[in-house]
Write a protein that binds this ligand. Structure first.
Ligand SMILES: *[C@@H]1O[C@H](CO)[C@@H](O)[C@H](O)[C@H]1NC(C)=O
Ligand SMILES: *[C@@H]1O[C@H](CO)[C@@H](O)[C@H](O)[C@H]1NC(C)=O
Length: 768
């Protein structure tokens, strides 16, 4: 077809004008404030300019046509509208014409109509950017092509055909053949001829009417095909076109050799070769301004303070520090990263020191806590062990082992005795509160205790930790566990865990017989009948322990303070602390003398020979006390009468009995009965043990009298008139007991200090 050879309308312009000539004389002032650097919305930076002295040379002259609104800048040499100018990469965006070719259907003579529009594009000083521009054809069955010329020589042709078989095939955004096509611009040309032409295709069925196609050379990225544009483009006049420019057709290296003509002299100005045309000047990275203006002058390349940019180039968790040509982002404490906005890594929390410190602190605290708890636990365990050891020590010290052995030896009795814990008894006595004290004596203190099952008990607590007393204590436990008699105070159990041993008894509510006899208020209610009853019951209890138990028990401390009274005036013999177990085949036992002055058997006192007859003697004193209402030993009486037993026996011998009998029972009592009882007492008080009756006999006689008494209650008053009283006289010397009782105490233990140590011997050895 060789269409490219038929170039009808041509506008031939030289493509390259070698910029070899420098205007040395009127050197342009890039920063001259009188220069107008804006035309409409377009900046006109040096080397471009709109007036004399404001541009580098004629090729950079911009004419600002004010007849447009807003005004439009034109490249003065080629009269091409300028859209904008970039000094950094040597690019110039200009406005290029769109060529249109239209056809009318039907075609005459059925001949294809080959209508063609060609335009020659030529530039004086600048060149079309081959990289960034393309040749476009838009329309149905249109062909756009470009022919390149170098001088008079045709060099090449390049183009594309846009077809549309069916209009529905058009695709938005795609310019690859359907309704739109584009093609690269060939190199090595100084002038271009663009042709747009419809192509006839055999058999193509076209409706009658106008059909238009477009052809243009334009910026590849600036045009995006759309089916809507397909219609609109028909009216489009221009498209953007990118041109390359340079200030001189030299390499940077060569340009710097001729310093006077070199334009990038400023310190902050770099030489750059953006395209094949030559070099330009450029502000370094991070600087902005005009690289053709010398340093220090307004508008020269200045460092950009990126930190003042909006948005800040650094992450929110970073501090921004501006540097020459750049900036630094430093992440805050506890963050890591380059601190820059994407594509930088920004700032992210590091498992940082704070966390480590917290972890360390946490670790230390936990360790300390564990250590503390551990220490406390060890301390607690040690304290507990100490306590247990102490309890064990007390248990041993308190004769726990002896007791266990004793209890084991007499299993049949053990059921009734219980071993209480120290805690249990502390609770029962409200920690041995003073208000709970029932009585106090040389032996210790008796507390009232209330057990967890509301049972009221008496708890006897020894005063001193004395091995001799412990011996006694164990003894009492062993003895009492063997006794089950209604007139003997019942031992419920004991506790060995405390420093001093504790005994738990049944609680007897009504005080001692001593109180009932010698307390004026109580004695008035202690009738003859009751006295007889007490005597009889006590005798029964003693007879029981002497004869009825598996081993004979000698109480050794029978006295009115050891006979307790309950609410029914029932006698309860208590305090077996001094008691001894005597095997039945042994009639005699040598022991340390023990007992209470006034009740003590003088025979035993002198011989240390212990038999149950010692208890009989003591019981005789108790009867005498019941009959006379006098204390067993009284400093208030004349010396000869201090010992009741002596006094009583003497009075009997001298037939002065009625004179010493308590007035109250004389009034109500049967004289015969009184005399009978007095006789029993007299027999009990015989100096020789063998002469005394056994408790069995005594019990029998007393019980007999009681039966009699019940029948003869009515004949009481006839005796009252016979009573005359005489002052009693008696000599203690008669019994050989010569004790200097200077102190006020009269109910004390006989055993003196010199004897005490002997009692440490185990019970078993004692009972040889
Ligand atoms: C400005 O443009 C108009 C319209 O294209 C034209 O007629 C006129 O000559 C131009 N003026 C200058 C000073 O070039
Ligand atoms: C050129 O002008 C266009 C439109 O006016 C604008 O979008 C573009 O950012 C400009 N380019 C430069 C490099 O100034």
């Amino acid at each position: 077809m060789a269409l490219h050879r038929k170039l009808s309308e041509q506008l031939v312009v030289l493509l390259h004008l070698i910029i070899g000539v420098q205007l040395v004389l009127a050197a342009p002032q890039p920063n001259d404030p009188s220069c107008n650097r804006i035309c409409g919305s377009v900046n006109i930076p040096y080397p471009f300019g709109t007036s004399e002295g404001c541009y580098l040379d004629k090729s950079f002259l911009i004419k600002c046509n004010n007849s447009f609104q807003p005004p439009k800048p034109f490249l003065a040499v080629d009269n091409i509208e300028v859209l904008n100018i970039s000094t950094d990469d040597g690019e110039l965006r200009v406005s290029n014409l769109v060529f249109r070719s239209c056809e009318w259907w039907p075609v005459y003579d059925n001949q294809p109509s080959l209508r063609r529009i060609s335009a020659l594009l030529s530039l004086s000083n600048f060149s079309i950017s081959l990289e960034k521009n393309s040749i476009f054809a838009v329309g149905c069955n249109f062909f756009a092509y470009i022919s390149g010329w170098q001088g008079q020589h045709y060099t090449f042709m390049s183009g594309c055909t846009s077809v549309c078989g069916k209009s529905t095939g058009l695709v938005n955004g795609s310019c690859s053949g359907l309704g739109c096509c584009h093609s690269a611009i060939p190199e090595n040309a100084t002038k271009y001829n663009l042709t747009v032409q419809s192509i006839y295709t055999n058999g193509s069925s076209r409706t009658s009417g106008q059909s238009c196609g477009l052809g243009f050379i334009g910026e590849t990225q600036a045009y995006t095909f759309s089916t809507l544009d397909f219609e609109n483009l028909m009216n489009r006049e221009t498209v953007p076109l990118l041109l390359d420019w340079a200030i001189a057709n030299k390499k940077c290296e060569d340009a710097q050799k001729n310093w006077s003509s070199y334009l990038c002299k400023a310190a902050n100005s770099n030489c750059s070769e953006p395209n094949a045309l030559g070099y330009i000047c450029k502000c370094p990275e991070g600087y902005q301004g005009n690289p053709y203006i010398l340093d220090g002058k307004d508008g020269s390349c200045q460092d950009i303070d990126e930190c003042k940019d909006h948005p800040n180039p650094c992450n929110a968790n970073a501090t921004c520090i501006n540097t020459n040509g750049s900036y630094q982002c430093t992440c805050l404490e506890g963050y890591k990263g380059d601190g820059r906005m994407p594509p930088g890594t920004g700032c992210s929390k590091k498992p940082g020191q704070s966390k480590i410190i917290i972890n360390i602190a946490l670790g230390i605290s936990i360790s300390l806590l564990i250590l503390l708890v551990g220490t406390l636990w060890v301390y607690w365990v040690m304290q507990r062990r100490k306590l247990i050891k102490l309890k064990e020590k007390f248990f041993q010290q308190n004769g726990g082992l002896i007791l266990q052995r004793q209890l084991l030896n007499h299993k049949e009795y053990v059921e009734s005795a219980k071993i209480f814990s120290a805690k249990e008894l502390g609770k029962a006595t409200n920690n041995y509160d003073k208000s709970r004290v029932l009585g106090q004596g040389g032996f210790g203190t008796v507390y009232k205790g209330i057990l967890s099952d509301d049972k009221v008990v008496a708890i006897k607590k020894s005063n001193v930790v004395d091995q001799s007393q412990i011996e006694q204590f164990i003894n009492e436990v062993v003895v009492l566990t063997k006794i089950n008699h209604k007139n003997v105070v019942k031992l419920l159990g004991c506790c060995l865990e405390t420093e001093v041993p504790l005994l738990v008894y049944e609680f007897i509510t009504n005080g001692t017989l001593f109180d009932h006899i010698h307390d004026k208020n109580l004695s008035s209610s202690l009738s003859w009948e009751k006295r007889l009853k007490v005597a009889s019951e006590t005798a029964g209890a003693l007879a029981y322990i002497h004869f009825e138990t598996s081993m004979s028990i000698i109480h050794r401390d029978v006295k009115t303070t050891n006979i307790l009274m309950d609410d029914n005036h029932t006698a309860k013999v208590s305090d077996f602390g001094a008691s001894r177990l005597v095997p039945l085949d042994h009639t005699r036992l040598t022991t340390v003398v023990q007992g209470t002055l006034g009740y003590l058997d003088p025979k035993y006192f002198h011989t240390s020979q212990l038999t149950e007859k010692s208890d009989v003697y003591s019981f005789g004193v108790v009867i005498a006390e019941l009959l006379t209402g006098e204390k067993a030993l009284s400093m208030d009486r004349p010396e000869a009468e201090r010992n009741l037993a002596m006094y009583f026996v003497t009075a009997m011998k001298e037939d002065r009995l009625l004179q010493i009998i308590d007035d109250r029972i004389l009034i109500e009592g049967n004289i015969e009965e009184i005399k009978e009882v007095a006789n029993i007492a007299k027999k009990c008080l015989k100096v020789r043990g063998e002469d005394r009756p056994s408790m069995k006999q005594v019990t029998k006689e007393l019980e007999g009298l009681r039966l009699l008494e019940k029948h003869s209650l009515k004949k009481v008053d006839s005796n009252i008139q016979q009573i005359t009283k005489h002052l009693p006289y008696a000599s203690t010397h008669a019994l050989g007991i010569d004790v200097d009782v200077g102190s006020s105490s009269m109910s004390t233990i006989v055993a003196d200090d010199s004897m005490k140590n002997q009692i440490l011997k185990p019970t078993d050895n004692d009972a040889r």
